[in-house]
Design a protein around this ligand. Structure first.
Ligand code: HEM
Length: 500
């Protein structure tokens, strides 16, 4: 069923907007006294901004969003058997499983043991995201933190965001490409149209309680209609006798990523003998020009879900006519993050291809690995933090450390299949699309696997000659905190915060 106006009232606004025109602070809270903390959260919960409040010509001047870790749900005394019905990776937590950490590249300098927040006793219970038009956002967050301390929480942690316009700290325009959500259920996932890349993605990939790209409903906590308070929750679409605690909720992945802006531009200068080659190399690593324009030819195909607005960095391209990466390197950040492939590996299409695929007679493991981008999309809602340092200043010997980076936030309904797949198989893995010993050029931790060479290369296929290989890439981005949160629907939020 499509997303209705009632659902819009029940959904947190972050699904629709990143509040880019408002300042932002994140409060990380740990519950000390559950009774008082719950009452305070209830008082804050009534101010949580809804999807339905966005648009319609009205500009919001402030907003709040609220989310919980699994540890937070337990601290609120939500029954274990209910918590266990959430996605396993959320239940265990981002930082609490060494095997997950290894897959995500959270080893070495990225090891959760080194994080400023998010692991062990530093795992927050509640995330309160505060947005406001006033530059005094920090003092507002401090007032809230003081209130929270007096209302049953341990000392809250405040994470500031910066304001670098539409840029991230390395200097690139960010936020140019996002999936479009199929709110009206215009598409039927699994049809022949999925053989080509499209950007219109099933609602159930981002919100629980709706059909996903498999046409199925992602597992989530369902309650018996007779359970206390359950009558106030929506009925589950796929199991109408049950009440849906997940509906209109989403998983919010939060990773604090420190960016070494000085190290980035200094390495680029050394690796390429100065400007303009340094800029070209950095653009090849990202896969877009600094101003957000893509390398790929625009408008070759009509891509469902991509509408180009004049003046906005454009997004209507695929890599179909650039399969060897001569225009945009295969290992570039945006090509790893979203290889823009359809349901089947590239090449021959139609019935014959389908039959060959069915009997396993075509397609390599590498191709399979990057096919079907539609199952691995994420809705990014991140914010930069720290001070702006221009690339020209960054290379000066006395350049200050801007202490900057990205509060990387993304929403998805199945973190293992979406965020973790993108981060683990496409970013952190040293084998991608036939290449080896190279990870994502921006994000890689460069850690060698035991007995192998360092994973510190970046390859650019050239039109008329051998590939250009840059080597000895240092680590530019370090994970310094993070957690998996559940961003509930508004009715679910009331249920979670009710006294019991
Ligand atoms: C400090 C870390 C990061 C930096 C500096 C960075 C930078 C960028 C830039 C400049 C773009 C191009 C603009 C755009 O399309 O929005 C981009 C796109 C993107 N990034 Fe990142 N990013 C970072 C971390 C991540 C992480 C951790 C992920 C996911 C695990 C990710 C996923 C994506 C995706 C999905 C796109 C859009 C690709 C497309 O659809 O073409 N990024 N990023």
């Amino acid at each position: 069923m499509a997303f209705t106006p009632d659902d819009a009232v029940d959904t947190q606004a972050l699904l629709k907007t990143g509040f880019d025109d408002l300042y932002c602070c994140y409060l990380l809270l740990r519950i000390a006294d559950v009774g008082r903390a719950r009452a305070w959260l209830r008082s804050q919960g009534s101010g949580v901004t809804r999807f339905s409040q966005i648009g319609g010509g009205k500009r919001l001047t402030h907003a709040r969003q609220m989310a919980f870790t699994a540890a937070g749900l337990r601290a609120l005394r939500i029954a274990d058997d209910l918590v266990e019905q959430f996605a396993p990776e959320f239940v265990v937590g981002l930082a609490e499983d060494p095997s997950r950490s290894r897959r995500l590249g959270d080893t070495g300098a990225n090891d959760p043991a080194n994080w400023a927040w998010g692991s062990g006793a530093r795992e927050p219970h509640v995330l309160l995201a505060v947005f406001d038009e006033s530059e005094q956002i920090r003092s507002m967050a401090e007032v809230l933190a003081k209130e929270a301390r007096a209302a049953g929480f341990w000392e809250p942690q405040i994470l500031d965001s910066g304001d670098m316009g539409d840029r991230e700290p390395f200097g690139f325009v960010d936020g140019a490409s996002q999936p479009a959500i199929d709110w009206k259920t215009e598409r039927t996932p699994g049809s022949d149209a999925d053989m080509a890349f499209h950007n219109l993605i099933a609602t159930g990939e981002f919100l629980l309680g709706y059909a996903n790209e498999y046409g199925l409903y992602t597992d989530r906590p369902l309650l018996n209609a007779s359970a206390p308070g359950a009558a106030s929750l929506p009925a589950a679409e796929d199991e109408p006798a049950m009440r849906d605690l997940g509906r209109n909720g989403s998983y919010l992945v939060f990773r604090q990523l420190h960016q070494d802006v000085r190290g980035f531009w200094r390495w680029l200068q050394r690796a390429s003998d100065g400007d303009p080659a340094a800029v070209s190399l950095s653009e090849a690593m990202v896969g877009r020009h600094i101003d957000g324009e893509p390398f790929a030819a625009l408008g070759q195909t009509d891509i469902p879900g991509i509408r180009n607005k004049p003046g906005v960095a454009r997004n209507d391209f695929t890599y179909m006519s650039d399969r060897s990466g001569q225009v945009c390197p295969i290992g570039a950040h945006i090509r790893r993050a979203n290889p823009r492939t359809g349901d089947y590996p590239t090449g021959r299409t139609g019935l014959i291809k389908k039959l060959l695929m069915l009997f396993g007679l075509t397609g390599s493991a590498e191709e399979d690995r990057i096919a079907s981008a539609r199952f691995h999309r994420i809705l990014r809602r991140g914010r930069e933090y720290g001070r702006w340092l221009d690339r020209h200043d960054a290379v000066k010997p006395d350049a200050p450390d801007p202490q900057s980076g990205l509060h990387f936030l993304c929403l998805n309904a199945n973190p293992a299949r979406q965020f973790e797949f993108v981060q683990g198989a496409w970013m952190a893995s040293a084998k991608f699309a036939g290449m080896s010993n190279e990870q994502d050029p921006l994000l890689g931790n460069r850690a060698p696997f035991p007995g192998t060479q360092p994973n510190d290369r970046f390859t650019r296929p050239a039109v008329d000659g051998p590939c250009l290989v840059s080597s000895s890439l240092p680590q530019f981005v370090t994970v310094v905190g993070g957690a998996y949160f559940f961003l509930p629907g508004l009715r679910a939020l009331d249920w979670l915060l009710a006294d019991r």
